[in-house]
Design a binder for this molecule. Structure first.
Ligand code: ADP
Length: 264
């Protein structure tokens, strides 16, 4: 919308009834996008009006995981987001040709996020989830400026090294004065398909450690909202655009994710 004044972000207005969660992680590959998509689908299945902004500008993957292959359309000067599995979604990938990489600097990213929040017609949402890029970059700061009331949800694996970086990503909340809603531990062991044992592929304790660390740095209690085991069905669901919370809600990962969604 070149030349015109920026629209206000509706979710940041006082009295907005939309709960906004920014899903953050220290590093990539811990399942942040998988968690975002499944929480969104679970909440939509519970009858909530849910939107997802794929703010992982360089690593956008939300539309595929959600099965959203529609394109946004323009009505007057608003962008209408496609929806899939009951969730409205917008992603930078919808505006780049093919699988072209996004090569933008900070100010462009801020502008894209501003447009995703203000120029997309979201309607009255109950919940908006933002899938942030990993780490503590420009986008996390932009989110804090554009939607200061967004609460941060930290995703980590049980691994100590991953927990350390996740804690760092979460502690940005101190500088931005945002609330951390809680920690989700993902890839918390692999249930052995042949016996009742759990194989702790990535060790144990990462989620707890991040929650304790962030409780100390923020001075507010940060809970562990749940742990999600390694589950082939979750990965397959992501690849096929069919979130496991819908296709196999009672699987170990599906039920863990639904329980977490119920706490948000
Ligand atoms: P991130 O957003 O943190 O980069 P993704 O959500 O893209 O991570 O997940 C990375 C990969 O791991 C994906 O292929 C995803 O399907 C898989 N994955 C994530 N969580 C699990 C899990 N609990 N069980 C099995 N596979 C998982």
């Amino acid at each position: 919308r070149g030349g015109t004044a920026e629209r206000e972000v509706p979710f940041a207005k006082p009295g907005s009834l939309t709960r906004v969660y920014a899903v953050a992680s220290g590093k990539g590959g811990v399942g942040k996008s998988s968690v975002t998509v499944n929480l969104a689908a679970a909440m939509a299945a519970d009858g909530l009006k849910v939107g997802v902004v794929d703010a992982d500008i360089y690593g956008h993957s939300v539309p595929r995981m959600l099965g959203a292959d529609g394109k946004p359309t323009q009505v007057e000067n608003m962008i209408m987001p496609p929806s899939a599995n009951g969730v409205k979604v917008i992603s930078i990938g919808m505006f780049t040709p093919g699988n072209a990489p996004v090569v933008w600097r900070g100010p462009m990213l801020h502008r894209a996020l501003q447009q995703f929040l203000a120029d997309v017609f979201w309607g009255d949402l109950d919940v908006l989830l933002l899938d942030l890029p990993p780490g503590t970059g420009d986008i996390a700061i932009s989110v804090a400026q554009l939607v200061p009331n967004a609460e941060i949800l930290v995703v980590t694996t049980p691994q100590q090294a991953a927990a350390e970086v996740a804690e760092r990503a979460g502690s940005i909340a101190v500088q931005t004065h945002q609330k951390i809603v809680g920690v989700v531990e993902n890839m918390s062991g692999l249930p052995c398909p042949h016996c009742d044992e759990m194989v702790d592929v990535f060790g144990t304790g990462g989620g707890q450690r991040v929650a304790e660390g962030l409780t100390k740095t923020t001075g507010a209690t940060v809970p562990v909202l749940g742990s999600i085991p390694i589950d082939v069905r979750l990965r397959e669901g992501g690849d096929e655009g069919k979130p496991v919370v819908l296709t196999d809600p009672d699987s170990p990962a599906g039920s863990a994710l639904r329980a977490i969604a119920g706490k948000l």
